[in-house]
Design a protein around this ligand. Structure first.
Ligand code: KG4
Ligand code: ZN
Length: 328
């Protein structure tokens, strides 16, 4: 049995968790900084680093208390080392190194995006390889062909804004607070899909581009100041989510797979989830999402990802550094 302590601090959530064998969350504590950054309309890296530093050891203590576990029982410490904000990443990495050194257990460096993927595998055992992944977060939008747990091929990605970033930027145009994704999702429920915004074209079949859509909405709002924010939000959300789902379904068909994983913060979006239900029925596909709580950043997914490296003995040295632009 392996007990992995996961640490996540790449952006605006400080999170610590203990996960057994990559499949059972024993304890997790997360401190969100959303309310602090909302005052500035986005994440302020320096404030984020300070807040992580303030919270990380108390959360670790709470996690061991809740698990009623002696820290010496831990098999390894897994920490996000990228992609993310350099200062916030370094807080988690330095803390993880100190713990691994003090407890004399291996250190594991985890790619945050592989963490998001593991938020699905942690709870869902009915996924067959090969499968296709739609990774949709605040900084990434990718379609990945996954041959096995360690063998990936990126089929396409956003050539400009990530899906979550587009949500956050359009929310700002509608004077909604940060983070915009959940806000747009919320007000869309009282709006109607009545505006047809252009679906941007891309050279690569599985690439995405959201900056044209965003600009279209900016000019539309300038020219039509009387429109209801709820209708604009609903129309934007329907357009963006249909682009995402159409492309990932096409990729699944071309590559002959039936399982599609949707991971990252935008996987929480209600229109994305609804459209996958329609697509699953029409195309005999099976979509796999993390539970809502695990769509956004958390340390359980990092511990679950770290478990795979633990099994194959892939450990990091104490010179592990932050890699802010780490690729999948
Ligand atoms: O994966 P995540 O927590 O952090 C990154 O790794 O980037 O994703 C955060 C992003 C933000 O852009 C946020 O607005 C978006 O996910 N998001 C949503 C929803 N919940 C979070 N976007 C649309 N609808 C939601 N319900
Ligand atoms: Zn994330």
């Amino acid at each position: 049995m392996a007990l992995i302590l996961g640490i996540e601090s790449s952006c605006d959530e400080t999170s610590v968790a203990i996960v057994e064998n990559g499949e059972r969350v024993i304890s997790e504590k997360t401190a969100s900084q959303i309310n602090i950054h909302a005052l500035y309309g986005g994440v302020v890296p320096e404030i984020a680093s300070r807040y992580h530093l303030e919270k990380i050891s108390i959360l670790t203590k709470m996690v061991f208390e809740e698990a009623k576990m002696d820290p010496k029982k831990i098999s390894a410490v897994a920490v996000t080392y990228g992609p993310g904000l350099v200062g916030p990443l370094l807080v988690g990495i330095s803390y993880a190194k100190a713990l691994s050194f003090a407890l004399k257990v291996p250190l594991i460096g985890v790619n945050h995006m592989i963490g998001h993927l593991n938020a699905v595998f942690l709870f869902d055992k009915n996924i067959d390889f090969p499968c296709v992944v739609l990774m949709i977060s605040g900084a990434h939008t990718e379609i990945v062909y996954m041959k096995s747990m360690n063998d990936f091929e990126i089929l396409g990605k956003s050539i400009d804004d990530a899906a979550g970033e587009a949500f956050d930027k359009v929310a700002r145009m509608l004077n909604l607070p940060y983070p915009g994704g959940p806000q747009i999702d919320g007000i869309s429920k009282n709006g109607n899909f009545i505006y047809k915004f252009t679906k941007p074209k891309t050279a690569g079949k599985y690439d995405f581009s959201f900056s044209g859509l965003k600009t279209h909405i900016r000019y539309f709002l300038k020219d039509n100041p009387e429109v209801k924010a709820e209708d604009v939000a609903a129309s934007f959300q329907e357009t963006l989510s249909s682009i995402l789902i159409e492309k990932v379904v096409e990729a699944a068909k071309e590559y002959g797979v039936k399982d599609i994983i949707v991971a990252g913060g935008v996987a929480a979006n209600s229109a994305v989830r609804r459209k996958t239900e329609e697509a699953a029925r029409q195309n005999e596909l099976s979509f796999h999402f993390p539970p809502l709580k695990y769509c956004t950043d958390n340390a359980s997914m990092i511990a679950a990802a770290g478990w795979h490296d633990y099994k194959s003995g892939k450990f990091a040295d104490l010179d592990l550094n932050a890699v802010p632009d780490l690729e999948v």
